[in-house]
Design a protein around this ligand. Structure first.
Ligand code: SF4
Length: 525
């Protein structure tokens, strides 16, 4: 069979019970990969060849062309986002397609919400003063029209479109500066691809870190908590002032409904939902009547029904039977259909389901009383949470809306609740707690104020929030941010963002927080 070396040169060496592959390496070291019943290991008597790992990586990378991937892979834009947020470009030589010099003073913050890809960037074009704007990243310039950005108000603050593929003979549009990213990369495309696949590309770009990220991680648990409690109470107070202002016009009860419906509208539909609560005629209605009036005012009852004889049609007909009696008297209140933003709404949170739920609250004669009793309930926070959930979900159930996303959608068998625990928590911290706080403050009831404040401060965190995550990256940079247990901590972060980050530019100019944190830390030493 020859020497070990000969057998190795032949590429295959068999030993009883295992199949062993041996290969020569450039450095004449032996590389051995043994597979025994599916388990791989390296022999301990042969050195692992130099540079093998790098070579394997290169085999993969040489099979991938950056351009090809960018034109076919769904991850394509993710890589462009990395290149942009880490500014892997030659920043001194940039110019737009029309030849104007371009300076990126800050690339902006990557947004995971609907709208432009990067928000709040700071750029300078030609001799113009620096401009705070959004950045849209598209594979080609046509993305602007194909993705319906043209005329979309969400994109009106876009100051620069960044593209990857520039079509031949493309004529730059007037009024929309475009940067052809590919022309200004700071490294060859292949090298950049390697970087895109590395952990570096996933790391937090320096531009994201706020000036305070030097100090936040040094705060003691106590100091951080004091800061967050103060910020959260400012938020609670300012929300309670807002509700008190509504109550001056509408009374406390209606003010609560107005703000609850706003909360049900999420960010996209808070205004039309608020409007529905404002104009809803205050009489005693049955649940079906209330749903008909609210959906009628929302201009959501279908004008044409399908030919099918099903529960969907039956319910819509019942709504029409009620709505047509009231339509004339409420004409001035009817909202235009176009006011509803549905593009980034999950079917389960469709405004029609939210409106149907609101009708349950508006027609429950005990709703406010029950809420008041709940506020003084002496119980654990867990029990308070589940009691509030029971109070806000439809008491009798809802045979239509628990099985439909919209008035036109097909019935689904398994019932879906009209409200979830996360929304209940959001409504508590944003509406219910501030509403009670405003009222107890008004009647100078310090005991009741303390009670609601305690509940507010011990309410557990609700779900994830992209704004909070971005803020924590800015505050903590590469240091892992603390894991929050309480909703007030999340509220505090939102308050700091709106008080400081939103009032300065993305480079944190004039933000007083870092200096004051530095002084606190200094005085604590
Ligand atoms: S603006 Fe202020 S609070 Fe916001 S990240 Fe910058 S330094 Fe921090």
């Amino acid at each position: 069979m020859g020497s070990l070396a000969e057998r190795w040169q032949s590429g295959l060496l068999r030993t009883p019970g295992k199949r062993v592959l041996l290969k020569a390496t450039e450095s004449s070291n032996l590389s051995l990969s043994a597979t025994t019943r599916g388990i791989s290991h390296f022999s301990n008597f042969m050195a692992f060849p130099d540079y093998l790992y790098e070579k394997l990586r290169r085999v993969l990378l040489s099979a991938i062309s950056f351009s090809e991937i960018c034109s076919s892979n769904p991850l394509q834009e993710k890589w462009l986002y990395s290149i942009w947020s880490h500014q892997r470009i030659n920043g001194n030589a940039l110019h737009t397609l029309t030849g104007e010099p371009l300076f990126i003073l800050h690339p902006g913050f990557h947004s995971l919400e609907a709208g432009p890809d990067f928000r709040n960037a700071l750029i300078r074009i030609g001799n113009n003063p620096p401009q705070q704007c959004d950045i849209e990243i598209d594979l080609g310039p046509s993305g602007w029209k194909q993705h319906f950005h043209e005329g979309n108000p969400a994109y009106q603050n876009v100051g620069l479109q960044v593209i990857w593929n520039l079509p031949e003979h493309f004529i730059p549009p007037v009024g929309r500066p475009i940067l052809n990213l590919k022309e200004f990369l700071d490294a060859p495309q292949k090298e950049l691809l390697e970087w895109c696949l590395s952990d570096d590309a996933q790391s937090i770009p320096e531009s994201l870190m706020g000036k305070c990220c030097e100090y936040f991680p040094q705060l003691s648990e106590n100091d951080l908590d004091r800061l967050l409690q103060q910020a959260a109470q400012v938020r609670l107070k300012s929300k309670s002032f807002e509700i008190a202002a509504t109550a001056r016009n509408y009374g406390w009860e209606k003010a609560l409904y107005i703000h609850l419906l706003r909360g049900l509208g999420y960010k996209q539909n808070s205004w039309p939902m608020q409007r529905l609560a404002e104009v809803f005629p205050k009489n005693s209605h049955s649940l079906l009547e209330a749903q008909a009036l609210l959906l009628g005012i929302a201009d959501m009852i279908p004008k044409k029904l399908s030919n099918k004889d099903d529960s969907q049609n039956e319910y819509a007909l019942e709504l029409w039977d009620i709505w047509w009696h009231h339509q004339a008297s409420l004409t001035e209140c009817i909202l235009p259909e176009s006011i509803w933003k549905l593009s980034s709404t999950r079917p389960v949170n469709h405004p029609q389901r939210r409106i149907a739920l609101a009708a349950h609250w508006l027609t429950d004669p005990h709703f406010i009383d029950d809420l008041e009793s709940w506020a003084v309930l002496d119980c654990t926070i867990k029990d308070a949470q589940s009691a509030l959930f029971d109070l806000l979900k439809p008491k009798q159930g809802d045979p239509f809306w628990e099985h439909h996303y919209t008035l036109r959608s097909k019935r689904f068998e398994k019932p879906l609740p009209l409200i979830g625990e996360e929304r209940v928590s959001d409504l508590f911290v944003n509406v219910i707690a501030p509403w009670f706080w405003a009222r107890t403050d008004r009647v100078h009831d310090p005991l009741a104020s303390k009670q609601i404040l305690n509940r507010y401060l011990s309410w557990p965190t609700s779900g994830k929030n992209a704004r909070i995550e971005l803020a924590l990256k800015r505050f903590y940079g590469a240091t892992p941010a603390p894991k929050f247990k309480y909703a007030y901590q999340q509220q505090a972060v939102l308050q700091i963002t709106s008080d400081f980050c939103a009032k300065t530019d993305p480079c944190c100019h004039h933000c007083p927080l870092p200096e004051s944190l530095r002084q606190c830390l200094h005085s604590a030493v």
